[in-house]
Write a protein that binds this ligand. Structure first.
Ligand code: AHR
Length: 311
């Protein structure tokens, strides 16, 4: 187990000599694509050789990639795990090979000794902030909410759902009437929103909570095609704060988003460099910030500034 790996400090390796494997989920969202770009940039900046594997949304591909990284004897592994369960065996294999693993942006249901650290936001908190924002926006008025969930079984889908429910708890005027996965993609966000509109009738839906901006952007299209005004007839709150969400807020078609930085690799590589240099153990959780953006912010300026950040 990694605990025993940590007990005997690793051989010092210079950053420029490091080879790190990165198992990425795929490119389901604008945020994901930005994370990939930023991770490659952060590795290059440090002179690290990054071996990149795109899992096309499949856990089995991620497990294969990890086994291949282990066989190649990489110095460390970064993984954004598509779902939360089913990692124990391959993480044990990495620990047996004394290869530290760092989780990026999502968590796993595995013993903490099996990975070095996790660089993630507080996923429950993000959902809670979204729920609390809607509570204050509705100011006691009744609201029937539809929810677009992320990928089934993924930690952000589980935690953002739980967090939102915490955020609206005790406010009986707010009620989630439909909740379904849109798999974090724009295309599915649109399809599922169309089905919500059909089943409920657009005028009976007061708000949409989407677990990411891409699904919200797809849903905006569906709402417009149904002859309704997104952001007015149906309030929209989502998560990520990608440039398109800032643009939608600036255009009055979306109301709020909570920022998730695509730069998980910066803190992850910093922690790995220190660990591999002299055994410095990072905190088990390196938490990234979550910031709420609403129409009160200068979303057009933020949109323009963010376009240069890897999106
Ligand atoms: O794990 C982070 C989530 O995954 C992002 O919110 C979403 O856009 C992505 O696909």
């Amino acid at each position: 187990l990694l605990a025993s790996v940590i007990a005997c400090a690793p051989m010092a390796v210079l950053a420029a000599d490091l080879t790190i494997g990165f198992s990425q989920i795929g490119s389901e969202s604008g945020w994901r694509a930005a994370e990939t770009t930023v991770t490659k940039q952060e590795a290059e900046k440090r002179g690290i050789t990054l071996k990149f594997a795109d899992a096309q949304q499949k856990q089995e591909n991620q497990i294969k990639a990890l086994r291949s990284f282990i066989a190649q004897g990489v110095d460390a592994i970064l993984i954004a795990p598509v779902v939360a369960t089913g990692w124990d065996e391959v993480l044990e294999e990495a620990a047996d090979a004394e290869i530290p693993v760092v989780l990026l942006d999502r968590t796993v249901d595995a013993d903490k000794s099996l990975y070095l650290t996790a660089v993630t936001s507080d996923l429950v908190h993000e959902g809670k902030v979204a729920g609390e924002w809607l509570v204050s926006e509705m100011n006691g008025a009744n609201c029937r909410i539809v929810e677009l969930q992320g990928t089934t079984g993924s930690s952000p889908a589980i935690d953002r759902k739980a967090g939102f429910e915490q955020g609206i708890a005790g406010h009986d005027n707010l009620q989630i009437v439909r909740s379904q996965t849109g798999d974090f993609t724009r295309a599915q966000g649109k399809v599922v929103m169309e089905s919500f509109l059909k089943a409920e009738g657009g005028e009976n839906i007061c708000a949409l909570y989407a677990h990411n901006d891409d699904m919200a952007v797809g849903a905006i299209q569906a709402i417009k095609e149904a002859g309704l005004k997104p952001g007015e007839d149906i309030k929209i709150v989502a998560i990520d704060a990608v440039p398109d969400a800032h643009k939608a807020i600036a255009d009055g078609e979306m109301n709020a988003t909570i920022e998730l930085t695509p730069n998980m690799a910066g803190p992850a590589l910093e922690a790995l460099e220190a660990y591999l240099a002299d055994g410095t153990e990072p905190a088990k959780w390196i938490q990234t910030e979550s910031k709420l953006f609403t129409a009160k912010d200068d979303n057009l300026a933020i949109f323009n500034a963010k376009k240069d950040l890897g999106y």
